[in-house]
Design a protein around this ligand. Structure first.
Ligand code: KMH
Ligand code: ZN
Length: 279
């Protein structure tokens, strides 16, 4: 039996707009409704950003709280909050989701481990800022998903572990195909996998038209995949996905065609070591 595949739905993001797709969920209720359908389609986790009512990207703690409560009222899907936010946010803004404790605490948080060109902008992650966010994630008792837009960011996770601000083996997300960063190429994926610290797990998020083909590459390699409107709005050429759930359903179809089964949230929790103590 192969390892069950963890499908993550990156549902909202900071860049996708309602002008690009009317199917982008914005309110807590819209996010929860789509999350329920993502779970039914086979996703085990959502990667979450939030928006103000007029659709602007936000990392506001109370908006996260509302979305997390709405999701948890209706489904057991795991919730990973973004600490990336939108380009230009300061570190305190970015960490809004990390101020949630008790029953509102997320299950996981992202940690981008280096600076990268992001289209015509710069996603700014100098080393002290990365360590600041790593410490906040650890203080909350969470494990990060190392968000890697290039291979040097995988190496940086080793430095964080050496300094004691993160643990290895860890879970990595390879984001491939952002203009200005590492291209979504099969050999790039293989190099990322080869560069991983021993025993680590990985997910790949192909951006734009690369999203669904990279689900298949991940499935063939025993890895995991992220799909969703944060990274791609089309389910096929020129056809808008009617919600994140439709991208999850298509990913699941492709994963199953490659012989993979899908992880439940409970299995994903075990596979990604979310309950391992953060020393
Ligand atoms: N919106 C990007 C600038 C994350 O969520 O951790 C960063 C991002 C990464 O989306
Ligand atoms: Zn994100």
């Amino acid at each position: 039996m192969s390892t069950p595949m963890v499908i993550t739905a990156a549902m909202v993001g900071a860049e996708t707009t309602r002008e690009q797709t009317p199917h982008l969920p914005i309110t807590a209720e819209e996010i929860a409704e789509d999350a329920v359908r993502c779970r039914e389609a086979g996703a085990a986790m959502v990667h979450l950003h939030v928006r103000t009512p007029d659709g602007k990207p936000s990392q506001d703690t109370e908006l996260f709280r509302a979305a997390i409560r709405a999701i948890r009222k209706r489904t057991d899907i795991l919730i990973q909050v973004s600490t990336g936010g939108a380009v230009g946010m300061n570190v305190d803004e970015r960490c809004g989701g990390l101020r949630l404790t008790g029953e509102d605490r997320p299950d996981m948080a992202t940690l981008t481990t280096g600076t990268v060109n992001f289209g015509d902008e710069v996603f700014w992650n100098p080393r002290p800022l990365v360590r600041d966010i790593a410490r906040r994630i650890k203080a909350l008792g969470l494990r990060p998903e190392f968000e890697c837009f290039d291979v040097g960011m995988v190496d940086e996770a080793r430095a964080l572990a050496k300094e004691g601000v993160a643990e290895l083996p860890g879970h990595f997300d390879f984001v491939l195909g952002v203009p200005g960063a590492l291209t979504a190429r099969e050999d790039a994926l293989d190099f990322m996998i080869k560069s991983l610290p021993e025993g680590s797990t990985w997910t790949v998020a192909g951006v734009g038209r690369h999203q669904l083909p990279f689900v298949e590459l991940a499935a063939e390699r025993g890895g995991n995949a992220r799909v969703g409107l944060e990274d791609n709005i089309y389910v096929s050429k020129g056809v808008l996905a009617k919600g994140n759930w439709e991208l999850v359903a298509e990913a699941v179809k492709r994963a199953k065609a490659k012989g993979r089964t899908l992880a439940t949230p409970q299995e994903a929790r075990r596979l990604l070591r979310l309950d391992a103590p953060t020393a």
